[in-house]
Write a protein that binds this ligand. Structure first.
Ligand SMILES: NC(=O)c1ccc[n+]([C@@H]2O[C@H](COP(=O)([O-])OP(=O)(O)OC[C@H]3O[C@@H](n4cnc5c(N)ncnc54)[C@H](O)[C@@H]3O)[C@@H](O)[C@H]2O)c1
Length: 328
């Protein structure tokens, strides 16, 4: 099979590319390297077994001609390219909306032209301010005012979902929409506000662990390898077509407890330092108090997938940063 991964030089994309290459597929990547990096896929490019099966184009998905050619060649498209991360969205409000809405529009239009199956990456952020747990795919989405810019990421991804469903309903385009919950693992950078790499780096340097808010907000963290397996299984499953599906783990942890666990696992001397949201992100910010998925639908479609407990995920990330002493 020939698979096009937009954003394939990114964190999740690079793991997915590796899994497809391991399986014997051909992988095409388009990435503008805005938040991704060729370092994420260098080990794949240098692997002799994958020679002649990995093709990388450094360009933006907004370049229609390039995308037209790539989608024409491939059998299936995994659309991951997006402006990602709360801090990144707040720093780049206009370009983020352009990429997340216009970029997806171009991908869907060209997939429809060639009738190619496409998986669209959405996010747990689309559930918005809901406080119950777990989130089911049929739950309401509740956002803050549009003046609070953090919601633009959720709203743009929700629009992508509507776009994809509209193509499915009107043109029978085989689309799959996945909502990723906090996905973590080696190679994720802490530059754009991702909490685990940030805490691990702070602990390894014995610097204060900076917790935004009071730390009672909870999350459930998923290993990126679980996410890559789930994506591949969904693409192979006819039952996933036209569906919205959560992908995540269900082990809920508060951010304060997460900081304490990372401190313990690294043997760090770091102190916990609490920073009010407005100091960390400015006045446009509101946080989500809980974010835990229901994965009933995922399992009903693809069956069980091996999961990772949180401590193992954390050890994996800590091991990665320890072996990369010059981490940024
Ligand atoms: N990591 C998570 O926890 C998480 C959670 C929910 C949703 N997601 C979604 O999963 C997808 C992948 O996220 P990730 O964590 O791997 O982040 P990432 O930033 O590592 O990956 C995104 C990739 O897209 C590329 N990109 C951005 N704009 C582009 C453009 N215009 N043209 C071509 N390439 C472009 C970036 O360079 C990067 O390599 C995104 O759609 C994101 O919204 C991720």
């Amino acid at each position: 099979m020939k698979v096009l991964i937009t954003g394939g030089a990114g964190f999740i994309g690079s793991y997915l590319a590796e899994k497809y290459l391991e399986r014997g597929d051909e992988v095409y990547i388009i990435d503008d390297l805005s938040t991704g990096s060729l370092d994420n896929i260098r080990h794949l490019q240098e692997n002799e077994t994958y020679k002649g099966r990995l093709f990388v184009t450094v360009d933006t998905i907004l370049n229609r001609e390039v995308l037209l050619e790539l989608i024409g060649i491939c059998d299936v498209v995994v659309h991951l390219a997006a402006a990602v991360g709360v801090q990144y969205i707040l720093d780049n409000p206009l370009s983020s909306i352009m990429i997340n809405i216009k970029g997806t529009e171009v991908v869907l239009e060209l997939c429809a032209k060639f009738k190619k199956k496409v998986l669209i990456a959405s996010t747990s952020e689309v559930y918005g301010k809901q406080t119950h747990a777990p989130f089911r795919e049929t739950d309401d989405c509740v956002y803050g005012a549009s003046g609070k810019f953090r919601w633009s990421y959720a709203a743009s991804k929700l629009m992508d979902e509507f776009f994809a469903l509209a193509y499915y309903r009107t043109m029978n385009l085989p689309v799959i929409i996945v909502r990723f919950f906090n996905t973590v693992g080696p190679r994720q950078t802490g530059r754009y506000g991702m909490v685990i790499p940030r805490f691990v780096k702070q602990c390894l340097r014995n610097e204060p662990i900076t917790i935004y808010g009071d730390g009672t907000q909870t999350r459930a963290f998923t290993h990126v390898k679980f996410v890559a397996s789930a994506v591949m299984k969904l693409i192979d499953s006819p039952k996933a077509i036209g569906e919205i599906i959560n992908i995540g783990a269900t082990e809920e942890v508060s951010i304060k407890e997460l900081a304490e666990r990372i401190k313990r696992l690294t043997g760090s001397q770091s102190e916990l330092r609490f920073i009010p949201y407005d100091q960390a992100f400015g006045r446009d910010f509101e946080d989500m108090l809980r974010r835990v998925p229901s994965v009933d639908k995922l399992h009903s479609i693809v069956g069980p997938i091996p999961t990772f407990v949180l401590d193992d995920i954390l050890q994996d990330v800590i091991g990665y940063f320890r072996s990369h002493e010059n981490f940024a």
